[in-house]
Design a binder for this molecule. Structure first.
Ligand code: SF4
Length: 244
């Protein structure tokens, strides 16, 4: 990215300007500012079609990076393919370099439904993949679907912030939207949820039961991720890999 583009982004002022803006306005600004250097990531999770629909409404061919760890739910892969076809999405699927079963046996993980060492598994099968995608694509800015109410870590994020890890601007147009607003937007535009959403999977990652489980009505949205552990992020959204 040209240095002047990095220097010319007054993120403090922009974060104030966009504090109450509609996500589409933020995406429009990003598309105008970064042009073909704008990409997005998506897990094709429960409510991912909200962010994707907003993004393609502004930039129909936006590259969508999808990280395939090798341990995703089969339903996620089917859902991604369905959405790719239905909405003509420009999905860039990046795979873990590891064979899923071989990696488990080499790293002392005898039960595919359990991870004893989630940090090692995320580092090898998720974060390495994401980092590789970002090096290859080298976007000037990256749209992500994080929301402040999802976790304490996400509540500390800013809508527009420099990300050292991905070496680009990280832009979170949905940061201040509530689950209700997401739901309303999806209803209004008749957007499908991930098929497991109806079964209580509100945040969907990989399929081991230590990594994703359904939640109850009184639980926080990311309670089903690495339940019982401090970990609530795979590391992709943590700058410079902190806490991976
Ligand atoms: S979420 Fe679980 S299965 Fe997926 S990469 Fe991380 S530890 Fe491995």
């Amino acid at each position: 990215m040209p240095n002047e583009l990095v220097a010319n982004i007054d993120d403090q002022r922009l974060n104030q300007t966009f504090r109450h803006a509609h996500p589409a306005d933020v995406i429009r600004w990003a598309a105008d500012t970064f042009g073909s250097g704008l990409a997005m990531t998506s897990s094709f999770g429960a409510e991912s079609m909200c962010a994707i629909h907003l993004a393609i409404g502004v930039k129909p061919d936006i590259p969508i990076v999808f990280v395939n760890t090798g341990y995703l739910f089969p339903q996620t892969l089917v859902f991604m393919e369905q959405m790719r076809r239905r909405y003509h999405l420009n999905v860039w699927e990046y795979h873990s370099r590891n064979d899923p079963m071989v990696w488990l046996s080499v790293h002392g993980e005898p039960d595919p439904q359990v991870r004893r060492n989630v940090d090692a598994c995320c580092a090898a099968n998720k974060n390495e993949v994401f980092d590789r995608a970002m090096v290859e694509l080298a976007p000037a800015a990256w749209l992500r679907g994080v929301r402040a109410e999802q976790s304490e870590q996400r509540a500390k994020m800013r809508m527009i912030e420099w990300n050292n890890r991905a070496r680009c601007w990280a832009i979170s147009p949905l940061l201040h939207w509530s689950a209700r607003q997401i739901h309303q937007y999806m209803e209004q535009h008749e957007l499908p949820h991930h098929p497991l959403w109806k079964q209580g999977y509100v945040s969907i990652g990989c399929n081991p039961r230590t990594c994703t489980r359904a939640i109850g009505a009184d639980e926080r949205q990311r309670s089903g991720r690495w339940a019982g552990l401090e970990k609530k992020e795979c590391g992709i959204h943590l700058d410079q890999g902190a806490g991976i």
